[in-house]
Design a protein around this ligand. Structure first.
Ligand code: ZN
Length: 247
């Protein structure tokens, strides 16, 4: 018989195997947040997310913070593919003076950064990654046991009351659940970062020699963000390592 509130109702947590894994849930949440945050860093217009090219939505303007967009360029009959700051493409009178960059130059720059990561002259990147790994160690994740205990207590308390008092306790329970969700999200984001570092470590173990060619697939796997400055690019890897290359 369906319990319509004749006897108290409460949630049972972790009762069954989740339909999607927590890991997948975390990845999806993270990607959704990333896409939702495609704003100009100065708080401008929202940008449409594009995933056609690995560099779409990850290349940013070092001057104004907008994203760079891929455009077909026709300069007096000479055709080329370039990337430009969106503010210069869309806004009349934009005061951004960032450089337009040839796709080939951009790709070569990113490739060069990946090669620096592979070669790791002096072991600097390795050391940085190790520091990040240490800070991200699972043992430093937030402890859930206390909040679980609290939730259990409040759930039990809920059974002994009715009416206004019960509502009050239920409110407390919702607050605790929200708090627990926050802790979970925090731990999941750490878990995600750990997995990315593991992936990059795996890649670096297998890839012993310089890459000869730019590959979208690899960029998707390794690169978090590229910022275009005058004369150089800053490439941020998913492991947290940042490499600057001259272009
Ligand atoms: Zn700009």
């Amino acid at each position: 018989m369906k319990n319509t509130g004749i006897v108290p109702q409460y949630y049972v947590e972790n009762d069954h195997e989740p339909i999607i894994s927590r890991e997948l849930y975390g990845q999806v949440q993270e990607e959704m947040a990333r896409r939702a945050n495609l704003y100009n860093s100065k708080g401008g217009k929202k940008r449409v997310y594009s995933s056609r090219y690995a560099l779409s939505s990850i290349v940013y303007c070092g001057e104004c913070g907008e994203i760079y967009r891929r455009v077909h360029w026709n300069n007096r009959g000479k055709k080329s593919i370039v990337w430009r700051c969106v503010s210069r493409l869309e806004e009349k009178g934009s005061d951004c003076t960032s450089e337009t960059i040839l796709e080939e130059t951009l790709q070569n720059g990113v490739l060069q950064a990946i090669n620096q990561l592979i070669e790791d002259d002096g072991g600097v990147n390795r050391a940085i990654m190790q520091n990040i790994e240490t800070a991200l160690a699972a043992e430093f994740d937030k402890d859930m046991s206390e909040i679980d205990r609290e939730i259990e207590l409040v759930q039990r308390e809920l059974l002994h009351y009715s009416g206004a008092k019960q509502n009050e306790i239920a409110e407390k329970l919702y607050r605790l659940r929200a708090e627990k969700q926050e802790i979970l999200d925090y731990n999941i984001s750490r878990e995600n970062k750990r997995r990315r570092i593991a992936e990059i470590n795996e890649f670096l173990k297998e890839q012993m020699v310089r890459l000869e060619e730019y590959a979208d697939k690899l960029v998707r796997k390794l690169v978090e963000k590229v910022t275009v400055f005058e004369g150089y690019l800053k490439v941020e890897f998913k492991s947290g390592v940042e490499i600057e290359v001259k272009v």
